[in-house]
Design a binder for this molecule. Structure first.
Ligand SMILES: [Zn+2]
Length: 497
């Protein structure tokens, strides 16, 4: 691994310490052996390390690598695959009907797009694309991340109590024509006995096999609390305490979830998760759009991280998460794209801007305090890093931190004029095309739109070839069933179809 000095006119050393500290002007970071050794003023660091390669200049800005704190590794977007946005509860069927594609290629396409926008770590919430293929897909997805160099916290998905419409599933299925009832039943069928044992054994073995891999963390991924029995969630919490692995799960994404939870489980969501032992520092909640003030206080006290997905929340009509309130309550909030971000090409910079403007949107108390640009930068780096379980150093340049960095071409970003606070400038102005270099573990993962050892165009072409491949007979039948079922689900929720 090459020793390097990363030099910038502005270097964000520690987003946690902003705005009073944590920013160097004319600074540098010395990286060696894949980790940060020290940071400080450029002249002093250059004097100490006169012969090492220098990346950046006094016309660059250097930041810790960005963390996409919730994703599903879908490279081709829903927009490209002809799946329009809709209300989450109806759209879920469209999601299931999307072609499975090729896990390695699709994940790689997503990872390359993320790297282009400075993402060096992703929390990948995995659902099997094809029934029974979860283990093979896990290997393929992890391969894709390894090839691109990206750090991944991989949450292995599982559920044992899938619902179609929530509290009324039994009556709903009984109301369907017989052939559709059969399709519906197949979707909510519980897994066979022993499946949970197999799941935990698989996660254990996977974590074990990556124990020495500093670019992979394995997480438990009970997909969605409403789709998981109390026994499964309690066991997940217990296993997490035993193994020390984190937990990543969808929580309160849609405004209907509290009604479901009350009707099906007789308790509100966060109380249920608390009773089952999931409110712990290694746990992260994707979305949290509908957390109450009391829920926020409990998440803050327990150290649960909320992974906010503003673009997805808008597109699937789930609402706008109360991020300003969460931050004020002391909740750590990371930023994710959910594979359904504001843009359809995994650009975390536009997602950050959307999050920033939404959390500062104002209301009756427009003259009160609001989150600032340093909050946005923390969401993009250290906060999401905490949910990834890669350790305290990720998302900052502390001695021993992973040497993950983003170098911005300031001249391009500042063109034709800029005279403003560096952090605010970055949050408001930085675009993907201003990113010159991205490093993961001290190694170049992207430079001027190119990826060492990977031809992005070839990946795209191969993925397009897979997408155009005709679906098999089982796939076609499955999709037809979902299409036929959709208007019934929509009508259940009071929509025309
Ligand atoms: Zn998600």
């Amino acid at each position: 691994m090459t020793d390097r000095l990363l030099r910038g006119r502005h270097v964000v050393v520690d987003p946690k310490a902003l705005p009073d500290d944590g920013l160097l002007d004319d600074g540098a970071v010395f990286v060696s052996g894949g980790v940060v050794v020290e940071s400080g003023p450029w002249p002093a660091l250059r004097a100490r390390h006169p012969d090492v390669e220098v990346l950046g200049s006094d016309a660059h800005m250097v930041l810790p690598g960005f963390v996409n704190a919730h994703h599903h590794g879908r490279g081709l977007s829903a927009a490209q695959l002809g799946t329009p946005d809709d209300v989450l509860e109806c759209w879920m069927l469209d999601f299931m009907a999307m072609p499975p594609l090729d896990t390695r290629l699709d994940t790689m396409w997503s990872a390359l797009n993320m790297l282009r926008s400075g993402v060096t770590t992703v929390i990948h919430s995995a659902y099997a694309r094809e029934a029974g293929q979860g283990e093979a897909e896990t290997a393929a997805a992890l391969d894709a991340y390894r090839e691109t160099g990206m750090r991944v916290a991989y949450a292995v998905g599982f559920e044992d109590a899938v619902k179609l419409v929530g509290k009324g599933d039994t009556e709903f299925v009984a109301s369907l024509p017989p052939d559709l009832a059969e399709t519906a039943r197949s979707l909510i069928e519980p897994p066979p006995p022993g499946a949970a044992d197999d799941y935990f054994a698989f996660v254990d073995a996977l974590a074990e096999s990556h124990a020495d891999d500093d670019r992979v963390r394995i997480l438990y991924g009970p997909s969605w609390h409403l789709w998981c029995s109390g026994a499964l969630l309690a066991r997940t919490a217990e296993e997490a305490r035993r193994t020390g692995l984190g937990i990543h799960t969808h929580v309160l994404e849609s405004p209907m979830e509290e009604d479901y939870a009350a009707a099906v489980y007789g308790v509100d969501t966060v109380s249920r998760l608390d009773r089952l032992g999931l409110l712990a520092p290694g746990t992260s909640f994707a979305h949290g759009t509908w957390l109450s003030a009391e829920d926020m206080a409990r998440c803050a006290t327990a150290g649960v991280v909320v992974c906010h997905n503003p673009g997805s929340n808008l597109r699937l009509r789930n609402g706008i998460a109360p991020v300003a309130e969460m931050l004020a309550a002391g909740v750590t909030v990371g930023l994710g794209m959910d594979s359904w971000g504001f843009e359809s090409d995994d650009d975390i910079l536009t997602e950050m801007r959307l999050a920033t403007h939404l959390m500062r949107r104002g209301g009756p108390d427009r003259f009160g305090p609001a989150p600032d640009y340093a909050d946005a930068l923390r969401m993009l780096t250290v906060n999401g890093a905490r949910a990834s379980t890669f350790g305290d150093g990720l998302g900052r340049f502390l001695p021993g931190s992973p040497a993950d960095a983003v170098l911005i071409d300031l001249a391009a970003m500042a063109s034709p004029y800029l005279d403003a606070d560096p952090v605010a400038s970055f949050v408001l102005l930085a675009r993907r095309e201003h990113i010159e270099t991205v490093l993961v573990g001290g190694e170049i993962a992207m430079h001027r739109g190119r990826f060492p050892g990977i031809d992005r165009d070839a990946v795209g072409e191969a993925l397009a070839a897979v997408a155009t491949r005709p679906a098999g007979e089982t796939q076609v039948r499955f999709r037809q069933g979902l299409r036929a079922l959709r208007p019934h689900v929509a009508r259940y929720f009071g929509r025309a179809g």
